[in-house]
Design a protein. Structure first.
Length: 124
């Protein structure tokens, strides 16, 4: 059977005698053999998609008993030092590192390092 047939043209008989559609095999196609150039008009479709950004100062594992002892004024020491960069995540994927800044009484982050810039540059 020719693998280039459309799915609607490929069918097989079941034990009950009915016919069901079967997709043709595409084992010969590897992701690296298919190139999808990113076009500007394709990116335009995504410009209004909301994304969740998280800035992580650090982490800390605590026992339940330690958490119960926390109260107003308690200090939780985090895994990072004060001079360490903070991690910046977009939809739970780390994309950058930065430093905390204050802008008009609000916290902000100055990006100091972009991760995986090859993929970002291809998308531009």
């Amino acid at each position: 059977m020719d693998d280039t047939l459309k799915a609607s043209q490929v069918a097989e008989k079941t034990e009950a005698g009915t016919t069901k559609e079967r997709l043709p095999a595409h084992d010969h196609l590897q992701p690296s053999s298919i190139e999808h150039p990113i076009k500007t008009e394709n990116l335009e479709l995504l410009m209004d998609v909301a994304m969740h950004i998280t800035v992580e100062l650090g982490r800390r594992d605590m026992r339940f008993a330690e958490i119960l002892r926390l109260g107003k004024g308690s200090i939780v020491e985090l895994s990072k030092l004060a001079d360490d960069p903070v991690d910046i995540y977009v939809n739970q994927s780390k994309v950058a590192e930065g430093e905390v800044v204050v802008v008009d009484e609000h916290f902000g982050v100055r990006i100091t390092k972009l991760l995986n810039t090859d993929r970002i540059n291809r998308a531009r």
